[in-house]
Write a protein that binds this ligand. Structure first.
Ligand code: CUA
Length: 343
C-alpha cells in the first residue's frame, strides 16, 4: 500500500491463502537455495580446479559412503515433506465443509452467471458473506472455462456436461478479482469480474435487493411437475424411478454392483445423462433431457432435488433408492404379479 511497486502476490483473503503462500514460499526457497548452491559450487570448483597445464591429469576421487547416502536421503526427506504438506492442503482446498452455503456458477462465452439459493442472480459479479464457507458448483454451457479467484487461492475448471466443486471461506471484506483461467476464445481475457466480500447482514440485504428472484429450488419444483418427473419418481404403483426424498448425500447401490454417493455431480448427471448410472433395481427407462433443459434449469432441478426433496422425509413404505436391493418395478407390473392380483 502506498508503494508504486505492484505486490508480488494477490491479497490473502481466504482461510487457505496463508498456508498456500507458505507452501509456495518454501518451494521457492528450497529451489533458490539449491540453485545458488549448485551454481556457486560449480563456479568455485571450476576456478579452483581448472587445469593448470596440458600434462595435468585429474586424480580419481571416491566420495565416502555417508556422503552418497546423505545426498540421496536428504532430498528424499525434503520431497516427502513437500508431498505430505501438499496433499493435506489439497484435500483442505477441495473438500467443502458440511455447513457451506451453495452458489451455482455457470460459465458461458464470455461471462459468469451466478445464482444464489435465495434466488438472487448476477453476472460477472459474485457477492459472498465474510467468514462463511461458500461452495461453488461450477459448470459450463459451451467450452471449458475455469473459475479463478487469486485472492482466495482457488481455481477450478468449468467443464460442459459435468459439474465441479470448489469452496472458500473469505476472511476480509473487500473487492477481489474474478478471472476465467482457461483460454476459451476471443474474449477470454475479458471474461471476469469482481468478487464482493460483505458483512453477513449486508450480504442478506443484498440478497433481498434488486437482484432477488425466484429461488432455484422453487423453480425446480415447478419444472419437476411440468416435465412430469413426478410421475415416475413418486412412490406408488406407477413408480419407475428411485424415490428422491431424503436421497441427497446418501450412498446409492448401482445396477451391476458398486455404489456411488448422491452428491451434486451425481444428481446432475442423472438428470442430463440418466443411463450413465442406473440405480440397482431399476431399468434405464428415463429419457435424456439434456437438449430440452438449459444449464439454469438443470441447476434448478438439482437445487430442488438437493435442498427440498433431499431434506424431506423419505416416505415410510418407500424402498430406499438403491440403498437396499429392490424388486424391479417391472416385477409388480409383470403378468404374473397382475395375475395373482386379479385372483
Ligand atoms: Cu472463459 Cu476463458
Amino acid at each position: 500500500m502506498g508503494s508504486s511497486f505492484p505486490p508480488l502476490l494477490p491479497p490473502q483473503a481466504s482461510t487457505v491463502a496463508v498456508e498456500v503462500d507458505a507452501l509456495y514460499a518454501l518451494l521457492v526457497s528450497i529451489t533458490a537455495f539449491f540453485t545458488l548452491l549448485v551454481v556457486g559450487l560449480f563456479l568455485y570448483f571450476g576456478l579452483k580446479y581448472a587445469r593448470k597445464s596440458e600434462s595435468e591429469r585429474p586424480i580419481q576421487v571416491h566420495p565416502p559412503a555417508w556422503l552418497e547416502i546423505a545426498w540421496s536421503v536428504v532430498p528424499l526427506l525434503i520431497c516427502l515433506v513437500l508431498f505430505v504438506w501438499g496433499v493435506q492442503l489439497y484435500f483442505k482446498i477441495y473438500t467443502p465443509p458440511k455447513d457451506a452455503i451453495t452458489i451455482h456458477v455457470v460459465g458461458k462465452r464470455w461471462m459468469w452467471k451466478v445464482q444464489h439459493m435465495s434466488g438472487a442472480r448476477e453476472i460477472n459479479e459474485l457477492h459472498v458473506p465474510v467468514g462463511v464457507p461458500v461452495r461453488l458448483l461450477i459448470t459450463s454451457e459451451d467450452v471449458i472455462h475455469a473459475v479463478s479467484i487469486p485472492a482466495f487461492r482457488i481455481k477450478r475448471d468449468a467443464i460442459p456436461g459435468t459439474m465441479t466443486t470448489t469452496w472458500f471461506n473469505a476472511t476480509k471484506v473487500g473487492e477481489y478479482h474474478l478471472f476465467c483461467a482457461e483460454y476459451c476464445g476471443a474474449n477470454h481475457s475479458k471474461m471476469g469480474g469482481t468478487v464482493y466480500v460483505m458483512e453477513k447482514d449486508a450480504y442478506q440485504r443484498w440478497l433481498a435487493g434488486p437482484n432477488a428472484g425466484q429461488p432455484p429450488a422453487v423453480q425446480g419444483a415447478r419444472l419437476f411437475e411440468e416435465m412430469n418427473c413426478i410421475s415416475c419418481h413418486r412412490n406408488g404403483s406407477n413408480q419407475r424411478g428411485p424415490v428422491l426424498e431424503g436421497l441427497y448425500g446418501k450412498t446409492v447401490a448401482l445396477k451391476g454392483g458398486g455404489t456411488t454417493t448422491a452428491d451434486d455431480a451425481y444428481i446432475r448427471e442423472s438428470i442430463t445423462n440418466p443411463t450413465a448410472k442406473i440405480v440397482d433395481g431399476f431399468e434405464p427407462l428415463m429419457p435424456v433431457y439434456l437438449s430440452q433443459l438449459s444449464e439454469e434449469q438443470v441447476n434448478a432441478l438439482l437445487a430442488y432435488v438437493r435442498d427440498t426433496l433431499g431434506k424431506a422425509e423419505r416416505p415410510k413404505d418407500a424402498p430406499a433408492a438403491g440403498t437396499t436391493p429392490l424388486g424391479s418395478p417391472t416385477t409388480s407390473a409383470s403378468p404374473k404379479a397382475s395375475e395373482s392380483k386379479g385372483r
